[in-house]
Design a protein around this ligand. Sequence first.
Ligand SMILES: [Zn+2]
Length: 296
Amino acid sequence: MNQCKAFNRFASVICVLTLTAIGFSGCIRTRANINNESSPVVPAADTTSVVKASIPLPASLKVADAKTILERKQVPVLCYHQIRDWKETDSKTARPYIVPVAQFKAQMKALADSGYTAILPDELYAYLATGLPVPEKAVMLSFDDGDADQVTNGLPELNKYGFKGVFFIMTVSMGRSIYMTKEQIKSLSDAGHTIGSHTWDHKNVKKFEAADWVTQIEKPSKQLEEITGKPIQYFAYPFGLWKPEVIEPLKERGMIAAFQLAIARDEQQPLHTIRRIIVPGTWNGEQLIKNMKASF
Ligand SMILES: [Zn+2]
């Protein structure tokens, strides 16, 4: 663990991004069908070069090849959206993305009672890329879109157990009604949580045109970097959707790992197709542990 912590400090200090200007407004929030999309056949690509450039690892910690990474035991990564009680107006299709507060409490308690340690993307990355150890019962908690209830309802439960998580922010919505303010995002970052990117307005990366790389990736990263004072290196695909062709451009823009949903990882790019499961509001603590073990 000491080795792990030392590496994380090293990594956070050294990373550099080269990005441009700032974000703006206008919002879309739709959510596609989640886990069913099959991944296309994949072209060969060099998994390691850009990763090495972003984090110059000590010579003894070489980034492993894709096959080695795929062979490591997966760490369960949980994906949350809204944490609040259901309203009558919440549709049947919306409810999987809304975890009632009591259920979230039960889920976090079950993780703690079962001996799980919540690790952060830096630790997960170091484990997958270089084999640095993680606790035997490690889990990663991830929160998408930047809903304010993740802070108001979710954070107190994380704090109860000393859990940290990663918050993937859709920057267009910062400061708007139900979303986090910049101050809340900074405060999460200052408290040791990780801030990641979830694009500007939740555009499906499979539909990116040239200008989207600036609007959806470069500017949001720049803005989040200015808020947190830290590099933005982790990305969550909107709707969990991706295609192999977007991975190199993401790496070029500083993303050392990216998170999808539950389909199989890309055989050449496992660090940019890390699996997550959406935790529905219908699971109690016991069901969470059971389903988590089954999926990972
Ligand atoms: Zn999202």
